[in-house]
Design a protein around this ligand. Structure first.
Ligand SMILES: NC(=O)C1=CN([C@@H]2O[C@H](COP(=O)(O)OP(=O)(O)OC[C@H]3O[C@@H](n4cnc5c(N)ncnc54)[C@H](O)[C@@H]3O)[C@@H](O)[C@H]2O)C=CC1
Ligand SMILES: O=Cc1ccc(S(=O)(=O)O)cc1
Length: 481
């Protein structure tokens, strides 16, 4: 499998740039702990090259027809689809998600490119009926300019796809700094766009020391928009760098999603659905369901069924087709899980299953279900971002909604119920950017994705996703004097 792993390079001004004297870092395979390759870091000269190239390319890319931009994005999508088998193996190798999840991510990313290819042709302005005879009042929607994008390691292709496809559809150019821990996913997007005929400079991919790269790019007057997906603390740093320059930013930050399970649904079936959702990508998903609040009469059945489903997962090497859960992305994440579990257990929580790392090479942590958690357990307020499920009882709807809203996060929330009136009340009262009723599947190329409260601002996906890269220009056109 490592032989499929591509050479790691920078992509600037349409050129692939290797180490050539640049500093580099090692990328590891989380299933084995072994080295996969060396990733070159961009020098400040490289970053300036990416900035000038993106700025130059913007002047021509913004002037291309919507049909042309749409065609390039659609061709890139087609190439991603045709390469899904190989690219799935690459993603599984570098990130640790299972082969099936990795293939889905490649195909989902292709769908994002297809959706944005269509949206590129629907960026309508409007004509406002005029107040004066002979006037035209026009509203134009124009690309904001060069975009600086920063993406994490949990979805090495899907999260970059949302930012790249939407910004390019809008007529912007983009410099992206993906996670140094999972660099190949975005390089394969760049390769598909390159092969689809994307003009040089429209997309640039750089790696480096994250804080240095983000400070340098965001400070540049050539950058007109910032977009970041990652943790709340880093999101705040990025937001303040953007604010210093009065640049708009989109922030997709963390979550700690509540799931309200009412006793009008089958608790066993709900538990099986919840286990599937929880352990997807080993729980390293910003919308991962985490706090499972179960109505008291269904609580014991739910805990037991959830633990049974969790224990039956085949945890193993991500590239082994039989694995249903892979490793965590890094040793750092395993240590974070152990610390949260140890703290919870020390404060009185009980383990229904899991609770420790697996004794094998690589970064494996057992699917874990904690219950009877005291309010002081850190994991009840810190985002675990891993395979930890927390199950707690509630007595009535108001208590459940208050519990759901108790944290400063507001990315995703879920509920399982058959009561139509309750669904309306939950839709009104749960403080969240996205709400799933009887489903844990939220993200789609055609639907908005984003949070409220500490989980960030702005949306990606759907028409809102492309909107984020447009500015409004009003043109008042009077008869010549
Ligand atoms: N919303 C999401 O999809 C993600 C959220 N996270 C959150 O982050 C927590 C810890 O994960 P870590 O990787 O250890 O978190 P982190 O906050 O150190 O890094 C998250 C991502 O931001 C990048 N980053 C860090 N500092 C940066 C800077 N100054 N400028 C630009 N990019 C920067 C990193 O390269 C990484 O890809 C998780 O527990 C989770 O809460 C992490 C990954 C994805
Ligand atoms: O971590 C954020 C996130 C959540 C979901 C998806 S997907 O579109 O469902 O794959 C991607 C990124």
């Amino acid at each position: 499998m490592p032989s499929l792993y591509p050479e790691l390079q920078l992509y600037i001004d349409g050129e692939w740039l290797g180490a050539q004297g640049r500093p580099s870092e090692t990328v590891f395979n989380p299933s084995t702990g072994g080295a996969l390759g060396d990733l070159p870091h961009a020098t400040f000269g490289d970053l300036d090259h990416a900035l000038s190239s993106a700025d130059r390319a913007w002047r021509t890319w913004r002037a291309t027809t919507a049909a042309h931009r749409s065609g390039v994005l659609r061709q890139a999508a087609m190439l991603l689809r045709s390469r899904a088998e190989t690219l799935g193996a690459v993603l599984a190798t570098e990130q640790g998600k299972t082969l099936m999840e990795a293939r889905q991510e490649v195909l989902g990313s292709a769908e994002v490119f297809e959706w944005c290819a269509d949206e590129a042709r629907r960026l309508y302005g409007r004509v406002i009926p005029s107040r004066e005879p002979g006037w035209r009042q026009l509203v134009l929607r124009q690309p904001v300019g060069v975009v600086a994008a920063f993406t994490p390691w949990n979805f090495p292709m899907m999260i970059p796809a949302r930012k790249i496809a939407a910004s390019l559809a809008a007529g912007c150019t983009c410099i992206i700094k993906p996670s140094e821990e999972t660099p190949a996913g975005v390089l394969e997007i760049a390769r598909a766009l390159h092969d689809a005929g994307l003009p040089r400079g429209v997309l640039n991919v750089v790696f480096g020391v994250p804080a240095e790269v983000s400070r340098h790019l965001i400070a540049s007057p050539l950058v007109r928009k910032v977009t970041f997906t990652g943790s709340v603390p880093v999101g705040r740093v990025i937001a303040s760098l953007a604010a210093e320059q009065a640049k708009p930013a989109t922030l997709e930050l963390g979550g700690h999603a509540p799931v309200l399970i009412f006793d009008d649904v089958d608790a066993e079936r709900a538990a099986r659905a919840c286990a599937t959702g929880k352990f997807r990508n080993a729980g390293q998903v910003c919308t991962s369901p985490t706090r499972f609040y179960v109505q008291r009469s269904a609580y014991a059945t739910f805990v037991e069924s959830f633990a049974r489903a969790a224990s039956s997962l085949a945890v193993g090497d991500a590239t082994d087709g039989g694995s249903t859960m892979g490793p965590l992305a890094s040793a750092r994440r395993v240590a974070a899980m152990q610390s949260l579990v140890d703290d919870a257990v020390a404060s009185g929580a009980r383990l229904a299953c899991g609770g420790s790392r697996l004794p094998r090479d690589g970064f494996f942590f057992a699917p874990t279900v904690l219950h009877e958690l005291p309010p002081s357990a850190r994991v009840l307020s810190e985002e675990p971002f891993g395979p930890l499920a927390l199950v707690l009882p509630f007595d009535d709807e108001d208590e459940a909604i208050d519990a759901a809203n108790a944290l400063p996060y507001g990315l995703a929330a879920y509920a399982f119920t058959n009561d139509a009136g309750r669904i309306v009340r939950l839709s009104e009262r749960v403080e969240t950017g996205m709400l799933g009723i009887n489903t844990l599947i939220l993200a789609g190329a055609d639907t908005p994705f984003g949070g409220v409260k500490d989980s960030g601002y702005g949306s990606e996906g759907g028409m809102e996703g492309v909107e984020a890269y447009l500015v409004t220009k009003y043109v008042a056109q009077a008869p010549a004097p």
